[in-house]
Design a protein around this ligand. Structure first.
Ligand SMILES: CC(C)(COP(=O)(O)OP(=O)(O)OC[C@H]1O[C@@H](n2cnc3c(N)ncnc32)[C@H](O)[C@@H]1OP(=O)(O)O)[C@@H](O)C(=O)NCCC(=O)NCCS
Length: 175
């Protein structure tokens, strides 16, 4: 597996990011929304993971004073369970901490267990529920917070690197 580079998203990444967005989500963000995040939203920060010139994952946050709100995250299936999402989130935490943020929040579908595992591994804890938040399935949203992103960064200062891709076994178990 070749080296994966983590860097800030640019406009030239949007076409690939939109394709991932469509393949991973039932209600994908539009190209216009993604462009708007990069050119008009000055509290937004987006990171991509790139392998051999191909975008394999991305995520974004909005940083508001001492809080960062994660907007979305996705990794293409071939690159899952290799630490890509973990490393993207750590890189956004590093950016947010540099801007003065101390905590980070996000919403996750109540039945998205793999994402919940990911967030638990990065010290996010469930603090509330938004009832029937997702109109496509009627699912509730869990509201998660990490109240101390600096200590998560210290614990994970070397990032995550996986050499074994055991995604298929785990994904089959989730079905
Ligand atoms: C959720 C998602 C972003 C995870 O990306 P990833 O790069 O595979 O995540 P990582 O490799 O960093 O996984 C870190 C931890 O998350 C948990 N996790 C991730 N995928 C999992 C799975 N399929 N089953 C169980 N736990 C899982 C594990 O605890 C994992 O650590 P481990 O591999 O040491 O056991 C990816 O599956 C995805 O894009 N899903 C579709 C989009 C989505 O659901 N986004 C989240 C919206 S809230």
């Amino acid at each position: 597996m070749n080296e994966i580079i983590y860097r800030e998203m640019t406009l030239s990444d949007i076409e690939q990011v939109y394709a991932i967005e469509c393949s991973c989500f039932t209600q994908p963000w539009s190209v216009e929304s993604l462009i708007g995040e990069l050119v008009r939203n000055n509290i937004a920060y987006y990171v991509v993971a790139e392998a051999d010139g191909r975008i394999v994952g991305y995520a974004g946050i909005w940083v508001m004073f001492d809080e960062a709100h994660m907007t979305n995250i996705a990794v293409i299936p071939e690159y899952r369970r290799m630490g890509v999402a973990t490393n993207i989130i750590l890189s956004m935490m590093r950016y947010a901490a540099g801007k003065g943020a101390e905590k980070m929040t996000l919403e996750v579908r109540e039945f998205n267990f793999k994402a919940q595992n990911l967030y638990a591994s990065l010290d996010f804890r469930k603090v509330g529920i938004r009832k029937k938040y997702y109109s496509d399935t009627g699912e509730n949203a869990f509201i998660l917070w990490n109240d101390d992103i600096r200590s998560t960064l210290i614990k994970n200062q070397n990032g995550k690197s996986h050499h074994d891709n055991h995604e298929n076994i785990q994904e089959d178990q989730m079905k």
